[in-house]
Write a protein that binds this ligand. Structure first.
Ligand SMILES: Nc1nc2c(ncn2[C@@H]2O[C@H](COP(=O)(O)OP(=O)(O)OP(=O)(O)O)[C@@H](O)[C@H]2O)c(=O)[nH]1
Ligand SMILES: [Mg+2]
Length: 352
């Protein structure tokens, strides 16, 4: 008898222990779920070269550890190789556009194509050729061929960049162009909330990978290169970049995953746009634009185009005009974006 009651007591104790253990597991799972639900997932979308990765780099500078020395060394190699690459593009463009370069540079311009690496000799050649008015003229006509805007920033500073102990500054890295292939993710904490920011490649060949990252998105950040209204796509020289961006916006924001998701549209490269709009009419991209060709009217017209495509009753679209390479101006943009997210979270939780 005594044995039986001891056995019963033991069973009861074990059951109690089991229950406590299960409760603990439930609690841990709840906490884990809460953490997942609390994580803000932001996806940056847009055509190639619009500035998505630059947006991510700024987040890393402002909310994370920025760039480690090892990553700066990798950027150094890319930036140095790009100098040679940009100069070759300019030489080819000058030739095909019929732009003359100075006679004393003719031989050097031909032999330059043999250079593959940045050496004392190739650096000297870059500095000499870049000072040729013909190449400057070709640079001014860069919308007629494919050359990154930021090439001038690096070519102007070739002497500093060409040094053997060159380590890029934050600004050099922000200006450096490396097309994204695949997906980059950045984990940061903003206003005590964990954010995961997903950066995808924007060129046509990259876009089929996007769909795998659409689940659980809190906010879509769509980046438009405002200044590219007179440029053709890198992937297809017959397609205007701004029209491609509008078309892509229609296809992505109206995807069912984003039906009730708020969206921030960044009209980026505002710095270049402000200068360009004084010289190149917006009609070049939108022949039916009849307004004044000033900054305000053209921005309003472009914003309305995007708004017409993206507007629905279930979401709000916020618009910002940005220069993604300018850290201070981006800090202000992130403050607004983070407030928007906080308000949205409070709304969802029924606190507002
Ligand atoms: N002047 C200027 N340059 C910018 C701005 N934003 C980005 N850039 C430059 O534009 C180039 C392209 O920027 P990325 O961030 O690589 O573009 P992306 O959208 O990530 O391109 P993909 O990875 O190909 O989709 C880089 O050289 C940047 O430095 C801007 O607001 N103003
Ligand atoms: Mg990128």
């Amino acid at each position: 008898m005594g044995n039986l009651s001891r056995k019963k007591k033991k069973n009861k104790k074990e059951k109690q222990k089991e229950k406590t253990k299960n409760n603990l597991i439930d609690l841990q799972m709840d906490q884990e779920n809460e953490k997942i639900q609390k994580t803000i997932k932001i996806i940056t979308l847009g055509t190639g070269e619009s500035g998505k990765s630059t947006f991510l780099k700024q987040l890393s500078i402002l909310y994370s550890t920025g760039f480690e020395e090892s990553s700066r060394e990798l950027y150094a190699t890319t930036i140095q190789n790009n100098l040679i690459h940009y100069l070759k593009i300019l030489l080819r463009a000058a030739h095909s556009l019929g732009i003359k370069i100075q006679e004393e540079n003719t031989r050097l311009s031909r032999s330059f194509f043999a250079f593959d690496d940045l050496t004392t000799q190739s650096l000297k050649a870059i500095i000499q050729l870049w000072s040729d008015p013909g190449l400057k003229q070709a640079y001014e006509r860069r919308s007629e061929f494919q050359l990154p805007d930021m090439s001038k920033y690096f070519l102007d500073d070739a002497e500093r960049i060409g040094k053997s102990d060159y380590l890029p500054t934050d600004q050099d890295i922000l200006n450096c162009r490396i097309p994204t292939t695949g997906v980059n993710e950045l984990n940061i904490v903003v206003d005590d909330l964990p954010w995961i920011v997903v950066d995808v490649g924007g060129q046509r060949s990259e876009r089929r990978k996007w769909i795998h990252h659409f689940d659980g998105v809190t906010l879509v950040v769509y980046v438009v290169a405002l200044s590219e209204y007179d440029q053709q796509l890198f992937e297809d020289q017959t397609v205007n970049r701004m029209l491609e961006s509008l078309d892509l916006f229609a296809k992505t924001i109206n995807n069912e995953c984003f039906e009730n998701k708020n969206c921030v549209v960044l009209f980026n490269k505002d710095d270049i746009f402000r200068k360009k709009i004084k010289e190149v009419p917006l009609k070049k991209c939108f022949p039916n634009f009849t307004g004044e060709n000033d900054y305000q009217s053209t921005c309003k017209f472009i914003q309305e185009k995007f708004d017409k495509i993206g507007r629905n009753k279930k979401r709000v679209i916020f618009y910002h005009f940005t220069c993604a390479t300018d850290t201070e101006s981006m800090r202000a943009v992130f403050d607004i974006v983070s407030t928007t997210i906080l308000q949205n979270q409070l709304n969802v939780g029924g606190y507002l």
